[in-house]
Design a protein around this ligand. Structure first.
Ligand code: NDP
Ligand code: MG
Length: 381
């Protein structure tokens, strides 16, 4: 479709609408034309889910959390199907009236519904990076078979997606993912030993959900993003690099074979990558903040210290080894982050326990979805 032609209205379902990405997606959808919110899902924040449903009047709402069976009602929403439980996410993601799914559930809990959307050939705006970390080897070929379009929402991958349009696929030399470095980027080993949950959640440039905030503090987030980039852009891991960029303005860079480097820049705010996934290949005015060109803009890029951030190294290793490694790293990390948030283990224990579990698992090079789920279950234990 050429940009001169008007788009027909697209029906969007947001899986995880009550989360940080979900709420930003709704902020975008309030401001831009051509989209109709037909589905929402929430887990524990049922009050916000009801509020969102009253505002957007979707045709289906899914509540997945433990409280969703006991008396959750929707008032003031006409003709809306109210479903509960994890299975209902699959029903929402595959509904006939859904054109596009924004996959914004956190963790492996988002895999089944994202998988179902891809299997049903939907357009998927993918925030749930864990889907590709765990099952990228199966999801990407499935998308090719079903004709599903997977559009990145993760800001670095959106930046790469935008920058690669400056050349052809076979002209890409390298992809450089930027990382803020999180709250501990300038900490030494001694300081790292005593960091608290509160410090880890206090991200210097991004305001995000708890799990990804801890992942940013350990830089496991960047490790997971290396694996995500490996699958999304079909890149061998030796073509992926990471640079620390404290200002979070350059969201990533693509180096082409002629040595030219193209980057995408914007203030650190998820509304832009979400909007680009919605409107691609078009660009429209929206609610994202703009760079202030009346002020000095310092942009620093430096290589990361892998000893300071062992989780980043794990990401590269897993991107190379593939197989069941992604599922194991992801599950070990999810369990370790939950234990850290519960103050059961220390910050330093997160990467150490992931390394131990990864080194001791029964590696399978070409796993099925069932063996990935089994690897996930064992690693969590
Ligand atoms: P949040 O924790 O803020 O939100 C997670 C969403 O998932 C909420 O809607 C939550 O519901 C729902 N949820 C939680 N557990 C379950 C479950 N077991 N089953 C079904 N739904 C569940 O996370 P974020 O928005 O920060 O992150 C979402 C995804 O996007 C993650 O994969 C993250 O890595 C990725 N991402 C996030 C970015 C960000 O800026 N936040 C940037 C790039 C990627 P409720 O709140 O009602 O409990
Ligand atoms: Mg990111």
């Amino acid at each position: 479709m050429s940009s001169a032609e008007p788009h027909r209205t697209r029906n969007v379902a947001i899986l995880g609408s009550t989360g940080s990405v979900g709420r930003s997606a709704l902020e975008v959808l309030r401001e831009i034309d051509g989209f109709n919110v037909v589905g929402l899902s929430g887990h524990s924040n049922l009050e916000l889910l009801s509020e969102q449903a009253r505002e957007f009047q979707p045709s289906c709402v899914v509540a997945t959390g433990p409280d969703s069976d006991s008396g959750f009602r929707l008032d003031g929403v006409g003709g809306c199907e109210l479903l509960s439980g994890a299975d209902a996410l699959v029903r929402l993601a595959t509904r006939e009236d859904v054109d596009m799914v924004i996959a914004a559930i956190v963790g492996v809990a988002g895999l089944e519904s994202t998988w179902a959307a891809v299997e049903a050939g939907k357009t998927v705006a993918l925030a749930n990076k864990e889907t590709l970390v765990v099952a990228g080897s199966l999801v990407m070929p499935m998308a090719a078979r079903t004709g599903a379009t997977i559009l990145p929402v993760d800001s670095e991958h959106s930046a790469v997606f935008q920058a690669i349009q400056a050349g052809r696929r076979n002209e890409i030399q390298r992809v450089v993912l930027t990382a803020s470095g999180g709250p501990f980027r300038d900490f030494d080993h001694e300081q790292m030993k005593s960091v608290t949950v509160e410090q880890a959640l206090n991200h210097p440039t991004w305001n995000m959900g708890q799990k990804i905030s801890v992942d940013s503090a350990t830089m496991m987030n960047k490790g997971l993003e290396v694996i995500e980039a490996r699958w999304l852009f079909d890149l061998s891991p030796d073509r992926i690099a990471v640079m620390i960029h404290p200002q979070s303005i350059i969201h990533s860079l693509v180096e082409f074979v002629d040595s030219s480097v193209i980057s995408q820049m914007s203030p650190p705010d998820m509304k832009l990558p979400i909007q680009y996934a919605l409107t691609w290949p078009d660009r429209v005015p929206g609610p994202s903040p703009v760079v202030d060109w009346t002020k000095t803009l310092n942009l620093e890029l430096r290589p990361p210290d892998f000893e300071q951030f062992p989780a980043l190294e794990l990401g590269f290793e897993v991107a190379k080894s593939g197989g069941t490694s992604g599922a194991v790293l992801n599950a070990a990390n999810e369990a370790a982050v939950a234990a850290f948030l519960n103050k059961e283990i220390s910050y330093m224990d997160i990467a150490t326990s992931c390394r131990e579990i990864l080194n001791n698992h029964n590696y399978e090079p070409e796993p099925s979805l069932e063996s990935l789920m089994e690897a996930d279950r064992r690693a969590r234990l």
